[in-house]
Design a protein around this ligand. Structure first.
Ligand code: 5GP
Ligand code: MG
Length: 231
């Protein structure tokens, strides 16, 4: 294959992603949910300009999703559930989560957008409707992060209006400090402080969803994007 000019400029692949020092977790004794107390400051090679700390490493995410899968399977039993994942942020999470489940289950997606490209909550817009009927069915809503609580509250209301028999919720991350409406999730991956995080599905202005870990976005990236100079 011919080497393009742009191709020859590509940085070598980061090789230290799995070797970073892990963030400190404290497990809440009453809920069993790991709370991230401080980020690891050693950033995987190549990501130093994007994040200021690591919230969860690929290995920590994997382990936690395995545990969530066991809890879900135990509670679901042999009943069939419709897993409704919220686009786009929960795509990586739901893909890994359902592989930890025996089912039976049906996977569907609903498109909800609440951030108009920035880091502050905006108006809620549905960008894709459900494909399957949820009337009379048990539904598990899967989202990337529970922040103000507005998105999850609206989606639960919509599913109940559509006649879902039961609606449960599972989020990878929970930021209780930012809550504006009273909303909790039935299953939580990690509880985090008021940090704006990216990676493992979570974006900033549609970027960084592909990062294999979850990290705290550097404020400089926000400033650069506003100036139109972000890479
Ligand atoms: P809520 O309606 O609970 O305020 O927000 C939920 C949605 O906001 C999430 O599904 C996610 O798309 C977005 N969001 C909230 N906090 C963060 C964050 O720290 N990072 C990113 N990338 N998105 C967030
Ligand atoms: Mg988002």
């Amino acid at each position: 294959m011919k080497k393009t000019k742009a191709g020859s400029k590509l940085k070598p692949r980061a090789s230290k992603v799995l070797e970073i020092r892990v963030p400190r977790l404290r497990v809440d004794a009453s809920t069993g949910v790991p709370e991230v107390e401080s980020c690891a400051t050693r950033i995987p090679e190549g990501y130093e300009d994007i994040v200021s700390g690591v919230v969860a490493t690929p290995a920590q995410i994997r382990r936690r999703i395995h545990d969530l899968g066991r809890a879900l399977q135990r509670d679901f039993g042999k009943n069939e559930w419709v897993v409704v994942a919220l686009l786009n942020g929960s795509v990586l999470f739901v893909a890994d989560l359902i592989r930890e489940l025996e089912g039976p289950l049906i996977l569907d997606f609903i498109g909800v957008s609440s951030y108009g490209g920035g880091t502050e909550s905006g108006k809620l817009v549905y960008t894709k409707e459900l494909k399957f009927e949820v009337t009379g069915r048990r539904v598990l809503v899967v989202d990337d992060i529970l922040d103000t609580g507005r998105t999850l509250t609206a989606v639960i209301r919509k599913l109940k209006d559509l006649g879902a028999r039961e609606v449960r919720t599972c989020v990878l991350l929970d930021k209780p400090a930012r809550r504006q409406v009273k909303q909790v999730a039935d299953y939580v991956g990690f509880t985090i402080p008021d940090w704006f995080v990216v990676g493992y599905g979570l974006d900033y202005a549609e970027r960084y969803r592909h990062l294999p870990f979850i990290g705290v976005l550097r404020p400089e990236v926000v400033a650069e994007t506003a100036r139109g100079t972000a890479r």
